[in-house]
Design a protein around this ligand. Structure first.
Ligand code: TYC
Length: 123
């Protein structure tokens, strides 16, 4: 039996040699720079308000805990609130700012202090 006779080589397709036409990218991916369309999200500042009753130490601890400030920075912010009536504790996305306000309000409620803070859009 002649095994070699049944082994017909399969023709390998060869790509035709083509030259890119005028204005053709020759099959390459062309990336075009587009003008940025997405605006950065609106940010919200959490503003804490002064009152006559909440202990200074409580405010310092709240600012440390919920706004991730060290004790010195938290004390400076607390004193600014005490002297100016209010101060910004941090700037966040809408949802994070709303959560901070809830956390502060819940901590104040549990401790029986009238401490208030609000979230407001940054211009
Ligand atoms: N004014 C308060 C006092 O004299 C202290 C205080 C500071 C309260 C900041 C609230 O957000 C506040 N005990």
């Amino acid at each position: 039996m002649n095994f070699m006779a049944s082994k017909i080589p399969t023709p390998v397709p060869v790509a035709p040699k083509t030259r890119p036409k005028q204005g053709d990218d020759g099959g390459n991916l062309v990336l075009e720079r587009k003008t940025q369309k997405t605006k950065p999200p609106q940010m919200f500042q959490v503003v804490m308000l002064n009152d006559d009753y909440t202990p200074m130490e409580f405010v310092v601890v709240v600012i440390q805990e919920f706004f991730s400030k060290d004790r010195e920075t938290a004390t400076q912010i607390m004193l600014k609130i005490h002297l100016d009536g209010k101060a910004i504790c941090g700037v966040y996305s809408r949802d994070v700012a709303a959560t901070k306000v809830e956390q502060v309000q819940e901590a104040a409620r549990q401790a029986g202090h009238p401490l208030q803070c609000v979230s407001e859009p940054v211009d």
